[in-house]
Design a protein around this ligand. Sequence first.
Ligand code: TXA
Ligand code: MG
Length: 341
Amino acid sequence: MNTRIMAPTPEALSFAGALIRSARLVAFPTETVYGLGASALDDTGVARIFAAKGRPADNPLIVHVASPDDARFLVEWTKEAGRAAGHFWPGPLTLVLPARNGRGTIAVRQPDHPVAEALLRLAKRPIAAPSANASGRPSPTEASHVEADLGGIIPLILDGGPTGFGVESTVLDLASSRPTILRPGGVTPVMLGEAGIPAVVERTVVEGASPRAPGMKYRHYRPNVPVVTLVAAGRHAGATLSRWALEITSHGVRPAVLAFDRDAAGAWPSVIFSSVEEMARELFRLMRTFEHDADVILVEAPEPEGIGLAVVNRLEKASSVLLAEDDPLPEEVWRVRRSGA
Ligand code: TXA
Ligand code: MG
């Protein structure tokens, strides 16, 4: 299949709307990451999403809507849902609510992006859309990332430039006894608390237990080279990362470093961030860049608060190993080249 990449002109958008109405797939930008959309009302379209991504069949999709009113057709709209949507829609907050058809729950969200908004309006129906990466790969924050993973497989990518947040929406479960964050994202626990929706954060998946966001049990966000993340880094983060980078280099393996501490820069490709928002925005793109230019990606994790919570969550899933400052670098890090491909 020939994949067209089009700027979101009125013509391209009306073509995209027609594709969605005929159960075809369209990749489009949102304020978080690019989504791979199909009509949520059409089983054929939804099945095409799973096939294109190679997504496990039991991992459900987020349904994107043009307004809270459109969500009410799909889910039982509770008082809390109204409050959450009133504060954060359109925006990076997905609400898990009981399905009106009585079949379990549905995750709904109204995206805050002019292209997504126009597509929803022109398609005239809710759009089911996961992130537009091949299953297991870093989420796409630019049209070229979608092309790299899904080129030749889908008919259209709407190119709206780089996305804003860079990490996916917060998934908030409002269908269980207390509001629970199943996936941290752009809307933080503090923001929810301030809006009168105190939520608990579901931390880790207990081995053997059935996770409530099915996406939690899969390997995610992995580039084709190992990611090694330094967690709970103290004041010596840069020195630690430099030590690791030198050790790796001495084995003839090429490191790249993503960090906040300037001391992490050296004779290797490095990106030093000045804020956690910047790291969130750039993380997936840099994973895709450095899987070509390096053999191992070394990352300094941010503090797990605010949007840092979302970044740490993605790093935990993307990493081959999480290390503290005093941990030795495991041999696999420089032995295993291009693992996770
Ligand atoms: O920012 C985003 O949310 C992006 C853009 C495209 O909107 N979408 C996205 O979709 O990240 P995806 O499919 O990559 O992640 C959806 C997450 C998964 O962890 C999935 O398990 C969870 O939402 N989810 C979907 N439906 C659910 C449901 N009914 N109950 C619990 N979790 C659900
Ligand atoms: Mg995803």
